[in-house]
Design a protein around this ligand. Structure first.
Ligand code: ADP
Ligand code: MG
Length: 249
């Protein structure tokens, strides 16, 4: 990061357009995610939440517009995409842990292989993070011995292991049994306390209201409405937003 970019949003989307064939999935999306803030994306299934995050992580190529990380245009030609991805942690709905690796090995794989951190140092950092998320005693276990909530917490630890500038959490509680949702949301709450910058998509509206600094309602690939949780949940301006909130809450 260059010093002149310190006041730039951590993540910015400028008129981002994304199509799959003739299907427009993101239409002129603008978004600014300031440092140490949490942006929550809400919207019906298919509205473009996952695609937005995949574009931000350069897993999908955008058709038009620009995406900036700390003020640097990461969608510009010639950008080192792997270097960009190292600055962004991602957790998806499915935990995607490697079943043949222990928890500790899952967490330290990228730091060791990608960030070239020595094993002792990677292990120490992983153990610290596992401890913080209440998983220290699980370090030697294999994923199939853990509950879904524990696996998802390990996935979060894995995303944090590279000390990301930005964390993208895409419906990370959607695949969990209801009684396991709370422990995962508690972790996100803690990360917010610690000042991590996050973009979170969720169908948990109570949680969105509590944790969000900014809520964006996506409708058919466009940010139809955005605001503080008070504004968006308390006084939605669009009929489509009201209808969505009635349906989901
Ligand atoms: P959400 O996460 O809000 O449910 P998505 O971003 O997953 O929405 O999907 C937005 C739209 O893009 C959907 O209509 C979906 O079918 C379509 N889509 C997503 N990924 C692809 C893909 N790889 N190829 C074609 N269409 C896709
Ligand atoms: Mg999705």
């Amino acid at each position: 990061m260059t010093p002149q970019n310190q006041d730039a949003p951590v993540l910015a989307l400028e008129e981002v357009r994304k199509t799959f064939g003739d299907h427009v999935v993101l239409r002129s999306v603008d978004l600014a995610v300031p440092a140490h803030s949490v942006t929550v994306l809400i919207g019906a299934s298919g509205s473009g939440k996952s695609t937005l995050m995949r574009c931000a992580n350069l897993l999908e190529e955008i058709d038009d517009g620009a995406i900036l990380l700390d003020g640097e245009e990461i969608t510009a030609p010639g950008v080192d995409q792997d270097a960009v991805r190292r600055r962004i942690g991602v957790v998806f709905q499915q935990y995607n842990l490697f079943p043949h690796l222990s928890v500790l090995e899952n967490v330290t794989l990228a730091p060791r292989r990608v960030h070239r951190i020595a094993r002792a140092e990677a292990d120490a950092r992983a153990m610290e993070l596992l401890g913080r998320l209440g998983l220290a005693d699980k370090a030697k276990e294999y994923p199939d011995r853990l509950s879904g909530g524990q696996q998802q917490r390990v996935a979060i630890v894995r995303a944090l292991a590279g000390s990301p500038r930005l964390l993208l959490l895409d419906e990370i509680t959607a695949a969990l049994d209801p009684e396991l949702v709370g422990e995962v949301l508690a972790v996100v709450r803690d990360l917010k306390e610690q000042g991590l910058t996050m973009v979170v998509s969720t169908h948990e509206m109570g949680f969105a209201r509590e944790v969000a600094d900014q809520v964006c309602f996506l409708d058919a690939g466009a940010v139809l409405e955005r605001g503080t949780p008070e504004q968006l949940f308390g006084d939605p301006q669009h009929e489509r937003t009201r209808r969505f909130l009635r349906r989901i809450t």
